[in-house]
Design a protein around this ligand. Structure first.
Ligand SMILES: *Cc1c(COP(=O)(O)O)cnc(C)c1O
Length: 395
């Protein structure tokens, strides 16, 4: 430290009183995002040599080999700024999906895209309609812009209630988020259902169709947002390389939409928002059909493994088309902690889903360890319930 540099005044530690009045008031209402616990974090706390992370819907097979190779090649150019417009990636997307390049805009993950959409379209008091429970970042984007968030509950079976969503749209609505398969429930809607919804909707809000998990869908008539975009509907598709493409750590996603809409999103984009390594890896991953096929097959097998395993344990679960499953374990937080003690990280604590944990589908042996942990958890719960009954009966 330079001699002339002064020690921080004690007041630096107690700025809260001075800072708070300067902060935009609506930010106080935002609850911080709680991510899946990082592996290293859990290793430190429990001293495990290895930890199974089934918490963030990542691809257990890892990144596409072609993406790895492309990423490595770009590292030697790491001293250069990336192409801010992501032209190579957008050209690759254009080739892959048969839409002109001006229909695509890349982002530092879908999370950033949701923030960019919010900055592009939302003024204070504007309304955002989202299903609930669904992806919390939609709410975050609205809250940061001080827009008004309208949460429309899912039906009891966690499917979308399109009538209620429609009823929530009014002249102040700017964005309507729909996610299929829906995170964290795994439920989905069909393309026909989405078309019917769009047909009934007055053409003034932008419908954001989040297709983060769309590659995993086996059910008939999956959502195909690009068809709506080709047909000139007011639709933006959100896509990510974090899930089936296995590039969550690189942070890369994109939106697809009419050039009129995409142009304005570019307006709020930081000059170098998506990094060079991510752009190159994503462009390569897009054409690694073998990796996508293997990932989809592994996920399908894992879904069946969890289906059979949970059924055998008598744990109800929501039928899923994603790479995760929502299981009704009774006490989500207790199950989360019990699994954590066995070195398995899952997710609990979703608003309105206290009885559930969300489990990302992993490799067969990882799923097995998770199911064994759940079996033990259910046994101990049964035991404590019986003990409680005995104590009650005895008094
Ligand atoms: C994981 C996920 C995304 C992708 O987020 P990234 O920021 O691209 O990693 C987008 N939408 C939903 C619903 C998700 O679950």
């Amino acid at each position: 430290m330079a001699e002339t540099e002064q020690q921080p005044k004690a007041a630096y530690n107690t700025l809260e009183g001075a800072v708070r009045p300067l902060v935009r008031p609506h930010l106080h209402a935002i609850r911080p995002y709680v991510p899946g616990r990082p592996i290293a974090d859990v290793q430190r706390e429990f001293g495990f040599a290895s930890v199974i992370k089934l918490a963030s819907n990542e691809n257990p097979l890892g990144p596409s080999p072609r993406a790895r190779e492309a990423a490595r090649a770009v590292l030697d150019e790491a001293h250069r700024y990336p192409d801010g417009a992501a032209q190579d990636l957008r050209a690759a997307l254009s080739r892959r999906y048969g839409l002109p390049e001006d229909h695509f805009v890349a982002s530092n993950g879908s999370d950033e895209m949701i923030k960019m959409l919010s900055e592009t379209f939302l003024d204070p008091g504007d309304e955002v309609v989202m299903p609930f429970p669904s992806f919390v970042q939609y709410a975050f984007g609205a809250q940061v812009m001080n827009a008004h968030l309208v949460r429309v509950p899912l039906r009891e079976d966690f499917t979308y209630d399109f009538d209620r969503i429609l009823a929530a749209v009014n002249e102040r609505t700017k964005l309507v988020y729909l996610c299929s398969p829906n995170n964290p429930t795994g439920t989905w809607f069909t393309h026909a259902q989405a078309r019917d919804f769009l047909d009934r909707l007055p053409d003034r809000a932008i419908i954001v169709l989040d297709e983060a998990y769309v590659e995993y869908v086996d059910a008939p008539d999956p959502l195909r947002a690009l068809e709506f975009i080709r047909a000139g509907r007011p639709v933006l598709s959100l896509r990510t390389f974090s899930k089936i493409y296995g590039l969550a750590g690189l942070r890369i996603g994109y939106a697809v939409g009419a050039p009129d809409a995409v142009r304005y999103i570019h307006q709020v984009r930081e000059p170098f928002n998506a990094n060079a390594v991510a752009q190159a890896a994503a462009a390569a991953a897009l054409f690694d059909e073998d990796h996508v096929r293997r990932s989809r097959a592994a996920n399908r097998a894992g879904r069946e493994q969890f289906g059979a395993g949970l059924r055998a344990l008598g744990i109800p679960f929501i039928e899923t088309q994603g790479n995760f499953v929502l299981a009704k374990v009774g006490d989500g937080q207790a199950a989360f902690e019990a699994l954590l003690r066995r070195g398995v990280i899952v997710r609990a604590g979703f608003a309105g889903l206290d009885e559930y944990v969300r489990i990302s589908i992993g490799l067969p042996e990882e799923n097995e360890v998770c199911l064994a942990g759940l079996a033990e958890f259910m046994r101990s719960r049964g035991q404590s319930a019986r003990t409680a009954r005995l104590i009650c009966d005895g008094t």
